[in-house]
Design a protein around this ligand. Structure first.
Ligand code: ACM
Length: 262
């Protein structure tokens, strides 16, 4: 299975221009699964709820879902993309999964970070796993990494690959995802953004790049730079994630003791 991510810097608020640029870059992409960053077309550092509402999109009718559905159909691939979603009068920080047959699903970020808590509601759909051929993928968004329960829940649901659109500003996540993969024996694809955003009178945010693909044994198959735009595609065997044996004596999920866990 050919999987990957696109790391880049969107321009704040310019959804159509960002879509044009991203789709132009991906027009000849040849892969089965591609992950794009969190809030990939709107930008991240909102100044007000009105601004979020103005940039939020409905799923599947909004421009980001529609344009990427068209690309997924042309390229016969699946794409995960982060966007600000409005649904039934509520704003969510969401990730949409589109494929050759259309929109397959949406995940709404459960663990909101910092000022996101001012602008978005916590996701109300829980965690979910979707099939792509024989492979099962689960979605997390950025700060969800901080809660090991999120990745564990997806592993228990049978996810082989964690797709992880991100807008990381703190340094720890790329290394922590090695542990999330090791402790669940799953692949992860973290698609982070690069660049800076300084909005209103707020301190500038600098995004750390370092998008990466990690294997079930915790190997970093690829980690991008902190500053450069990069489209990365790798061949993986997702079935490696089905083998939960650490050695002849330890089966990762069988050997849990949930009765002792809170
Ligand atoms: C984050 O959750 N965007 C850090």
């Amino acid at each position: 299975m050919r999987v990957g991510f696109y790391q880049y810097a969107p321009r704040f608020g310019a959804i159509q221009d960002n879509l044009d640029a991203v789709i132009d870059r991906l027009e000849s992409v040849d892969c089965d699964l591609l992950v794009l960053p969190e809030l990939a077309m709107s930008g991240y550092q909102f100044c007000s709820g009105e601004e979020v509402a103005r940039l939020a999109e409905s799923v599947p009718d909004g421009p980001t879902t529609q344009r990427l559905m068209e690309l997924a159909k042309r390229r016969q691939c699946s794409i995960v993309v982060g966007l600000a979603e409005h649904h039934a009068g509520t704003l969510y920080n969401s990730a949409v999964l589109v494929g050759p047959l259309g929109c397959m699903g949406v995940y709404r970020k459960v663990h909101l970070f910092f000022e996101e808590t001012l602008f978005f509601s916590p996701g109300n759909l829980g965690f979910q796993v979707w099939p792509i051929g024989d492979t099962r993928i689960g979605l997390l968004i950025c700060f969800d990494w901080f809660y090991p329960e999120a990745a564990r829940t997806l592993a228990l649901m049978g996810a082989d690959i964690l797709c992880h659109p991100s807008n990381l500003v703190l340094p720890h996540c790329p290394d922590a995802m090695v542990t999330r993969c090791l402790e669940n024996r799953v692949f992860s694809i973290t698609a982070n953004r690069i660049g800076e955003e300084a909005r209103g009178d707020k301190p500038a945010l600098r995004f750390i790049g370092k998008s990466e693909i990690i294997s079930p044994s915790g190997n970093i198959l690829h980690r991008s730079s902190e500053t450069e735009s990069e489209l990365v595609l790798l061949d993986i065997d997702p079935m490696q994630a089905r083998d939960k044996n650490l050695n002849p004596y330890n089966d990762l999920l069988r050997d849990r003791y949930p009765q002792y866990y809170k």
